[in-house]
Design a protein around this ligand. Structure first.
Ligand code: SF4
Length: 210
């Protein structure tokens, strides 16, 4: 079946509408989307992260991140500590209260999580697969540099096994896995070289071998 411009427009309209709904919901809680993204990104990172790395992960400017950090600090949701390895840098980490808020954002009923809660593993796998390709496209277009996806990872080997249910292979944990276990934000991710990632993206776009 061919893909028409109208199909792309319909898909883009759907994604834009969902993103707008989630942004509006975030604002209704008096929590701007960038602040919510910072909290979500720091959850599960007890040692914290350098502000510059955080900005890269989120695809936002250092100035925009700095504004959000000031507000989050005022709310008592994050702490900024001196970076022992770099006197001019700061490490950002969640406070206890910030951790509770991040858990609520990640596991709660609101935002995108609320819209995904009835999806079965197969549909989630399809969504995670498409998300990998969309993040890759965003990186190609210079819109994002930092997302820690499988597709951008040097350990990722797409369709490297003969197992239909677990066709991919992670060289970090040395295990095969399926689409439903693709990671969009993996702490163990190590960015692959441009050529490797491009080759993986070509392979990943192909249908699962019969
Ligand atoms: S290390 Fe993480 S990002 Fe890399 S392939 Fe394994 S699961 Fe995916």
């Amino acid at each position: 079946m061919s893909t028409s411009n109208d199909q792309r427009r319909q898909a883009a309209a759907g994604l834009d509408q969902l993103a707008s709904l989630v942004r509006a919901q975030s604002w209704s809680k008096d929590l701007p989307p960038t602040q919510a993204a910072v909290l979500r990104a720091l959850e599960g990172v007890p040692a914290g992260q350098r502000a510059r790395q955080l900005a890269e992960r989120l695809g936002i400017s250092a100035a925009s991140l700095s504004d959000s950090l000031k507000v989050l600090e005022t709310k008592g949701w994050i702490e900024r500590l001196p970076d022992p390895a770099d006197g001019r840098a700061a490490i950002v980490r969640l406070s206890v209260e910030g951790g509770k808020m991040a858990q609520e954002l990640l596991g709660g009923e609101g935002g995108m999580a609320g819209l995904l809660k009835r999806l079965e593993a197969e549909d989630l796998g399809a969504l995670l697969r498409i998300t990998q390709l969309m993040v890759y496209e965003a990186q190609q277009q210079g819109l994002a540099t930092g997302p820690r996806t499988c597709l951008g990872c040097r350990f990722f080997q797409p369709y490297a096994t003969q197992d239909r249910d677990r066709p991919h292979f992670c060289g970090f944990v040395q295990k095969p896995f399926g689409d439903a276990d693709l990671r969009v934000d993996c702490a163990e991710q190590d960015p692959g070289k441009k050529q490797q990632v491009a080759a993986n993206a070509r392979r990943f776009r192909q249908a699962v071998p019969q």
